[in-house]
Design a protein around this ligand. Structure first.
Ligand SMILES: [Zn+2]
Length: 326
């Protein structure tokens, strides 16, 4: 295991091939190890993904991807996966981050999800004891010089509140869209206003009433190498963003297709609220596509690295697990 945690540096958690992967008992300590080595890892950073490859020919000179982590929540893995008592991760409580991503490319300023972290609104079982909450999404964007008013696109991977809670802000007692110049994309299958709680109405509802919401059906080409792909399972309308380039690898912003390394390395496992059949098909689709084009996959809630690089190995499986961490 290597670890580097300076600004812009990468962390290689492990390399594996075939069925090797990370030993399961590493999962339990990985997050704590990273906290110890990298106490400020929730801070944002600007990343050029292809720096990983060490290959000048694939450098994405005009694209900048910024991970923005707004907080961590804890889950008992036994509960969210219904693990049997003898599973090596049974009883492990994992601390899952909540990432959004900003993508800067010529003429476009794109957000994948607009995450919010409100401890007061969460059940206390999800709160990490002693956790110090990082700045909000908007505060982090401000500090990085990313203007909310200049965001052109917000891709909402799915209609779970942790992915869209920052879509509005209160100004003089009124709710306003946080990204007033942006077209917001939500799959139509996740638009269920009859089920809205008040917080959904205060965010998604306001954006829709402001005529900033576009309902997506299936795949959509957003131009400039950006496209939305439907990968349902977490919700009926779960979708991801794909960024392709004429040169270099593709980037897949996978939303909640995965929540923990467990289900990434062993796709038989899914969180209990997901549709198992849809999840299986969606994960196979992503693995096939990202493996074939040597793509990077960015996660919302993964502990440890927030992205991985996928490529076909001789065995036809993922060959590496490396990435940055915050
Ligand atoms: Zn989520």
């Amino acid at each position: 295991m290597e670890r580097l945690c300076q600004d812009g540096a990468w962390v290689t958690i492990a390399s594996f091939a075939g069925e090797g992967y990370l030993p399961g008992n590493c999962f339990a300590v990985l997050d704590d190890l990273l906290d110890w080595f990298c106490p400020n890892r929730f801070l944002t950073d600007r990343i050029e993904p292809t720096a990983l490859k060490g290959d000048k020919g694939t450098k994405m000179e005009s694209i900048e991807i910024t991970p923005l982590n707004v907080g961590k929540v804890q889950f008992d893995l036994s509960e969210i996966y219904h693990l049997p008592a003898d599973h090596e991760l049974a009883g492990v409580v994992a601390h899952l981050p909540v990432f959004s991503y900003h993508i800067s490319l010529p003429g476009r300023s794109v957000l994948v999800d607009a995450a919010d972290f409100d401890p007061k609104a969460m059940h206390k079982s999800f709160l990490v004891p002693g956790y110090v909450q990082p700045p909000t999404l908007l505060q982090q964007m401000d500090s990085l010089g990313i203007a909310a008013e200049e965001v052109t696109d917000v891709v909402i991977t799915h209609a779970h509140y942790d992915h869209f809670g920052a879509l509005t802000k209160e100004v003089d007692g009124c709710l306003q869209p946080t990204f007033p110049s942006a077209r917001h994309y939500l799959n139509v299958a996740d638009w269920q206003p009859e089920r809205f709680e008040e917080r959904d109405q205060r965010t998604l509802g306001v954006v829709e009433q402001s005529s900033l919401l576009t309902f997506v059906e299936g795949s959509v080409d957003l131009q400039d190498g950006l496209s939305i792909l439907p990968l349902p399972g977490e919700t009926p309308g779960h979708q991801i963003l794909h960024l392709s380039q004429s040169e270099g690898p593709g980037c897949y912003f996978a939303g909640d297709l995965y929540h923990h390394q467990l289900e990434f390395v062993d796709t038989r496992w899914n969180v209990i609220w997901a549709d198992t059949t849809m999840m299986k098909a969606s994960k196979e689709t992503l693995m096939r596509r990202a493996g074939a084009d040597g793509g990077f996959v960015y996660f919302t809630h993964m502990t440890g690295p927030y992205f991985v690089e996928l490529a076909e190995s001789a065995a036809g499986t993922v060959r590496s697990w490396q990435g940055g961490t915050r």
